[in-house]
Design a protein around this ligand. Structure first.
Ligand SMILES: Cc1cc2nc3c(=O)[nH]c(=O)nc-3n(C[C@H](O)[C@H](O)[C@H](O)COP(=O)(O)OP(=O)(O)OC[C@H]3O[C@@H](n4cnc5c(N)ncnc54)[C@H](O)[C@@H]3O)c2cc1C
Length: 445
């Protein structure tokens, strides 16, 4: 090392420091391959104290710092800019589970532990950690909390914020703040934890978290349901909530194009229902008693839905393999749309009852103004959260055509979201993707 600044960084902490361009490369491009940057170095500390030391060094040397967990974020927040001045602080080696308390229903994980790792350790202790999303094998608890991640179980268990009891955070000045409480109630003044959650690394770097656990359900059944319209899907949601109460653990909406793309790009995927429908709902029921009770509750619900013409057909999982195959139809949508080419993404939330009206109005406006583009709409309908994405017309040449449409399509969607009093970032964070839009939506009125 010849740069005196980097020599002093090397001696500031014990973990790994990557300087070679080839070693740094995987840390410089985001999951969607939309943003690529440059970095001074990539630091990989393996203790919380070392994370704090790296931050102290950045502060002393006026070096910008970009925290990175699993690098699965969809908004570009974990990618450095093109200046080459920033240090990427990778949390991947800070990944121990410090402890599990099944009686208190808590688990203490370091920030770089993957979501899957946390779920597995909880399950081994006979408990459920319910945060669940398609990137769970790679995304980290630190990244989940920094973006206040949502996923498919928010309807029942809440988002990452609601699953966190305490945090340990390295501050920009290089100190370690210990807020690792496991208390369900603590009203002793301001709650710093809530400020750090969702702040995407702008206020400090999360190094560890105390997480809430739940009893493991005795049985889970999923139904893949054909619904004629988004309005019918909302009717089905209302019916399911009144019949199933807290047993309803997921309620996801997908357009037919989502299923077509999954079928096209995932070799093992098969359409669960023969007759195509314009829309589908995937709903999950978790039961604390047994499978038979879960199946009969779901069958009764679907019978009512068919009678009321809220649904036209349905398939129920009858084995673990079928449960996974039906969930895969939903979880593989993002990757399948990515395989189709570059996309324009919107992660929006709306008042639930107004989702159908939004889909209709925005669909017409996009069709009229940008003929031929394909709308890939899916999401967590139970939370009013839509992934409202746009793919180029089939066979269109390269990515440039889509890039030219990005600004006007974003404006159209964001204007409508504003009019519907929704949010332009529901769960994947602002990153650099939604920075401009955020300034507008947080303006004083
Ligand atoms: C296929 C797929 C499906 C997805 N589905 C969902 C979904 O259903 N719901 C959902 O919410 N998200 C979803 N995501 C987005 C993504 O997985 C989540 O945002 C996840 O929480 C990011 O975690 P990460 O560790 O990969 O964070 P990264 O991508 O590494 O970072 C995300 C942001 O958090 C900051 N950050 C990371 N770690 C820390 C830390 N320890 N302290 C402070 N700041 C930090 C980064 O600087 C960046 O701004 C999906 C992504 C993919 C690829």
């Amino acid at each position: 090392m010849t740069n005196p600044n980097l020599d002093s960084l090397r001696s500031a902490f014990d973990g790994r420091l990557l300087l070679d361009a080839q070693d740094m490369e995987p840390f410089l491009t985001d999951w969607r391959r939309k943003w690529t940057g440059r970095a001074l170095a990539v630091a990989q500390p393996s203790t919380a104290q070392d994370v704090a030391s790296v931050l102290g060094w950045c502060d002393a040397h006026d070096v910008p710092m970009v925290p990175q967990g699993g690098n699965t974020g969809l908004s570009g927040g974990a990618t450095p800019d093109g200046s080459g001045r920033a240090l990427v602080l990778s949390l991947s080696r800070l990944n121990r589970i410090r402890g599990v308390d099944p009686l208190g229903n808590t688990l203490l994980a370091e920030a770089g532990a993957t979501l899957q790792q946390v779920q597995d350790v909880a399950r081994q202790a006979g408990r459920l950690f319910p945060l669940s999303l398609a990137a769970q094998g790679t995304c980290t608890i630190g990244g989940n909390l920094a973006t206040n991640a949502g996923g498919v179980q928010v309807l029942r268990y809440g988002n990452a914020r609601e699953l966190c009891l305490g945090l340990e955070v390295a501050t920009p000045q290089g100190e370690l703040w210990n807020g690792l409480r496991s208390l369900r109630k603590d009203n002793t003044g301001y709650d710093l934890r809530d400020l750090y959650i969702g702040s995407e690394g702008t206020l400090g770097v999360i190094t560890a978290a105390t997480l809430k656990l739940f009893p493991l359900p005795a049985a889970q059944v999923v139904a893949f349901v054909a619904v004629p319209t988004p309005g019918a899907a909302i009717g089905l949601l209302e019916l399911a909530q009144s019949r199933l109460g807290a047993s309803l653990t997921a309620f996801e909406l997908m357009s037919d194009l989502c299923i077509t793309l999954v079928e096209k790009h995932v070799a093992a995927a098969r359409r669960p229902l023969e007759t195509p429908s314009a829309w589908y709902v995937l709903l999950e029921l978790s039961d604390s008693h047994d499978e038979a009770r879960a199946v009969s509750a779901l069958e009764a619900l679907l019978e009512s839905a068919l009678e009321r013409e809220l649904a036209t057909d349905a398939a129920l999982s009858a084995s673990v393999a079928q449960f996974k195959a039906l969930w895969a139809m939903r979880e593989d949508v993002s990757e399948s749309q990515g395989a189709e080419g570059k996309t324009i993404k919107h992660d929006i939330s709306l008042p639930i009852s107004r989702v159908p009206e939004f889909i209709e109005r925005s669909g017409h406006a996009i069709e009229r103004n940008f003929p031929g583009v394909r709308l890939v709409a899916f999401g967590h309908l139970g939370d009013g959260n839509l992934h409202y994405n746009v793919s180029p017309p089939p066979g269109s040449p390269g990515d440039d055509a889509l890039a030219a449409l990005e600004s006007p399509i974003n404006r159209l969607v964001n204007d409508l979201v504003d009019e519907f009093e929704g949010s332009i970032s529901a769960e994947t964070g602002l990153g650099v993707l939604s920075w401009d839009g955020a300034a507008r939506s947080k303006r004083a009125v």
